[in-house]
Design a protein around this ligand. Structure first.
Ligand SMILES: C[S@@+](CC[C@H](N)C(=O)[O-])C[C@H]1O[C@@H](n2cnc3c(N)ncnc32)[C@H](O)[C@@H]1O
Length: 167
C-alpha cells in the first residue's frame, strides 16, 4: 500500500468515529418529518427554537426559513462542520450552530424544543425540561416518548411516531 494513503485513511477513520455524538450516531430525519415537527409545534415568526443534537442543521435551517430563530446544538465535530456547510449553502439567516453537549445548554429562553435522539436521552431530558423551560414551551420529540409525560398530540411520521408536549 502506498504510505501516503495512510493520511487520508486516518482522516476518514477519524471522521467516521467522530460522527458519533456523546450518545448516538448522526441519523438524519427526512425533510417531510422535519416539516411535520415544525407544523406540529406551530412555529411562529420570531420564536426561538432549539434543536438538540441538531445533526447537519436541517431542522434549524427549516425553522429559520419560517422566520424563527434557530439554535442547533451538536456535539460531534464533523457533523457540526457539515451543518456549517449546509447553513452556508442554504443562505438562511437567524441560525446559530453550537458545537456543545446539549446538557450544558440552558433552555430558559426557548419557545420550541425539538429533538431526535435515543430513548435514554429522552428520559434524561425530562427533568432538565421541567427545571429550565418556561410555561407554554412546546417540545417535539421524534420517535421517542419522554417517559412519564403525556403528549398533547402524536402523529405517525414515516415508520415511527412523533410526540408533541406542552409545558
Ligand atoms: C439521530 S441524530 C439527529 C440529527 C438531526 N436532529 C436530524 O433530525 O436530522 C442525533 C444527533 O445528536 C447528536 N448528539 C448525541 N448526543 C449529543 C449530546 N449530548 N449533545 C449534543 N449532540 C448530541 C449526535 O451527534 C447526532 O448528530
Amino acid at each position: 500500500m502506498n504510505e501516503w494513503l495512510i493520511i487520508p485513511a486516518f482522516f476518514c477513520a477519524w471522521f467516521v468515529i467522530k460522527l458519533r455524538g456523546e450518545q448516538g450516531f448522526f441519523v438524519p430525519l427526512s425533510m417531510g418529518t422535519v416539516r411535520a415537527m415544525l407544523r406540529m409545534a406551530k412555529v411562529k415568526r420570531g420564536e426561538k427554537l432549539y434543536d438538540l443534537g441538531s445533526g447537519d442543521g436541517r431542522t434549524v435551517i427549516e425553522a429559520a426559513r419560517m422566520g424563527a430563530i434557530g439554535v442547533g446544538i451538536e456535539y460531534s465535530i464533523p457533523v457540526h462542520m457539515l451543518a456549517k456547510i449546509r447553513l452556508a449553502l442554504s443562505g438562511a439567516r437567524g441560525v446559530t450552530l453550537m458545537r456543545k453537549d446539549l446538557f450544558k445548554i440552558k433552555l430558559d429562553d426557548a419557545d420550541v424544543v425539538t429533538f431526535y435522539l435515543t430513548p435514554k436521552l429522552a428520559k434524561m431530558l425530562g427533568p432538565k425540561f421541567r427545571r429550565e423551560l418556561k410555561k407554554g414551551t412546546r417540545v417535539v420529540s421524534a420517535a421517542h416518548e419522554i417517559p412519564g409525560w403525556a403528549p398533547v398530540e402524536k402523529i405517525k411520521t414515516g415508520h415511527f411516531w412523533t410526540y408533541l408536549y406542552k409545558l
